[in-house]
Design a binder for this molecule. Structure first.
Ligand SMILES: *Cc1c(COP(=O)(O)O)cnc(C)c1O
Length: 380
């Protein structure tokens, strides 16, 4: 069976066939050397390696796994999700026009606003889960880049990727999709027409809350992709060997973890939706969610591990529930094996996040234990 036929679980578990031919180890080694020798004739001992900023075996293994899972033409790993986003944004020419989905991961919005202001790039924030609003923005003039995030964090809004790709392309733009909340297991934005898919590998891809990382994958290599690769290697936004090795180890269980996280998230979303202490649950797996049908088409095998809960009452009620939780850690971030709760309004009080919103990242603990913890925190 050719490796290209391997299913995601096989590809991930076997790290895309990575073994150490020298020792026979079934786990690839960590190679920390920053430089690689030449022989007496000044030929490279290994023609693939000269200097660690350009050539890192552990990063190559991680990229091979991610490229296979994403069904991409190529993948590039970065030292954080934001470094990956910055690498894409740096391709926009001065004076260009960027359409950014509104109400997405606050770190993206904040950095892109500052970057565009500095580079005199026209930035328009658009509610891209409304295809009509995105169409109007795309038809208003030429666009360099359209950036969407689906499902979005923390609103869990869903964007029609195929429609967004058509609109972006008609406006002369590339479509970039931040698919962090969907993972490469549940959604394949490139197959729907996106040009580049981005993930914060810090989240479910690594999944163990111990590595910062990011990844970009492309549908078709070309000038844009070459520019991103050259900029990464030249400007040095590269991941180190230890982090890349940990990332590869974490990814071996990615399909298993995502499957369990989705099952538990779905069950908890349904439980919370019926709970008298809850005003609303934002989760695309609920039939009442406005993006449910779209998410069902765009995501296969589950609706993700992220959900937001509007607690009945106000800020104090939400903080009281968060404070009573025993299993959920009160911490930012998402996608790890341990469940987390976050009161986003405390972090971004000025962005319109409701004061009674708690974002939950569902881990791989026992679903009954998590449900009991939520039940006691909400007061049954
Ligand atoms: C965390 C996150 C990022 C940024 O990734 P880092 O690895 O923290 O730099 C971008 N997008 C989404 C949706 C995220 O959750």
């Amino acid at each position: 069976m050719a490796q290209s036929d391997w299913k995601p679980a096989t590809l991930a578990a076997q790290a895309a066939g990575a073994v150490d031919p020298q020792s026979g180890a079934v786990v690839p080694p960590i190679q920390p050397s920053t430089t690689f020798a030449r022989d007496r004739d000044y030929e490279l001992v290994n023609p693939d390696n000269t200097y660690l900023r350009y050539h890192n075996d552990a990063v190559r293994v991680a990229e091979k796994v991610l490229c296979g899972l994403e069904r991409a033409a190529d993948s590039l790993v970065f030292p954080s999700g934001m470094a990956a986003i910055a690498a894409v944004m740096r391709t926009v020419p001065n004076g260009g026009r960027v359409l950014l989905q509104s109400g997405i991961y606050w770190g993206t919005t904040k950095w892109v606003r500052a970057f565009c202001a500095r580079r005199e790039i026209v930035l328009e924030e658009v509610e891209a889960s409304d295809t009509g609003a995105l169409r109007a923005a795309c038809e208003a003039g030429p666009v360099s880049l359209v950036f969407v995030e689906t499902p979005s964090n923390p609103w869990l809004r869903t964007v029609d990727i195929a429609a967004a790709a058509d609109l972006a392309h008609a406006a002369g733009a590339a479509l970039v999709v931040d698919s962090t909340a969907a993972t490469p297991i549940l959604s394949h934005p490139l197959a729907l027409g996106a040009d580049i898919v981005m993930h914060s590998a810090t989240k479910a891809i690594n999944g163990h809350t111990d590595v910062l990382g990011g990844v970009l994958s492309c549908r078709t290599p070309g000038a844009l992709w070459d520019e991103i690769r050259d900029d990464r290697d030249g400007a040095g936004a590269v991941m180190g060997p230890f982090e890349a090795w940990l990332l590869v180890r974490g990814m071996r269980t990615l399909p298993l973890r995502v499957e369990r996280m989705c099952q538990t998230a779905q069950a908890l979303a349904e439980y919370l939706d019926d709970h008298p202490g809850v005003a609303a649950v934002l989760y695309p797996g609920l039939p009442s969610h406005p993006g449910h049908d779209l998410a069902a088409r765009q995501m296969t095998g589950g609706f993700g591990y992220l959900l937001s809960v509007l607690v009945k009452g106000g800020r104090e009620d939400a903080l009281r529930v968060a404070g009573r939780l025993n299993l959920f850690h009160r911490a930012t971030s998402l996608g790890g094996v341990e469940s987390l709760v976050e009161h986003r309004h405390t972090i971004e009080p000025h962005t319109g996040i409701p004061e009674n919103l708690l974002r939950l990242s569902i881990g791989i603990e026992d679903a009954g234990d998590l449900r009991a913890d939520l039940g006691q925190a909400l007061g049954q």
